[in-house]
Write a protein that binds this ligand. Sequence first.
Ligand code: HEM
Ligand code: HEM
Length: 175
Amino acid sequence: MTAPAHRASPAAWWARHTVESMSESASQLTDIATRDDVERLVRAFYTKALSDPIIGFIFTDVAHLDVEAHVPEITSFWETVLLGAKSYSGGAFRPHAELHAKVHLREGHFERWLQLWFGTVDEMFKGEVAGQAKVHALRVAHAFLRRLDGMPSPITPAPIMPTGLAITQMPGAGD
Ligand code: HEM
Ligand code: HEM
């Protein structure tokens, strides 16, 4: 005699149920449509970026970023890029050149930045504008990196990882 499916394998039932509800919530994601959407995305990104073991220290220890002051500016940047607003007046590169003068911004830092940005976009939104948020970030990151190359930056200490990146903050530290 065979047992009912859920009794035969509760773990399999649970796994299937969980996968179904996850894909259901993924299919319910909508596209970025308003400034409020952009602001939620930006806030979620900075929550990750500031506590990130690889790039977090640049925001907290090098730039001493005031997130509340920064969020409206960065929201305006993305609202201008993605929603055709004219709320950002440009000049995004300069603060990065100033940062680069304090800490060598490497390709790996930009890769990490993009990884966090792509991950946040994909968790929260789905659609053409969300795709543009990823594409444009990639373009800007490449352009920044190219422009920074050859600009003055401090001599960095010997790399401690093959990537040349150093872990400066452990997950959960400072909670
Ligand atoms: C609706 C279309 C677009 C809008 C509204 C837009 C908007 C912007 C804005 C506001 C910036 C920041 C500029 C600054 O801070 O001075 C920027 C930077 C940039 N955009 Fe776009 N963009 C658009 C399309 C594109 C396309 C189609 C490309 C390439 C094919 C592109 C490539 C770049 C690059 C490379 C940068 C960084 C430039 C740098 O500072 O080195 N953008 N964009
Ligand atoms: C390693 C990668 C990056 C790091 C560590 C970084 C860090 C920072 C920091 C600390 C600031 C604030 C600077 C200040 O106000 O003094 C800033 C500003 C900003 N960042 Fe980045 N950033 C990175 C990459 C990017 C990329 C790829 C983009 C665009 C797609 C971007 C867009 C901006 C914009 C729009 C601002 C505001 C500029 C303004 O005040 O007008 N950043 N970034």
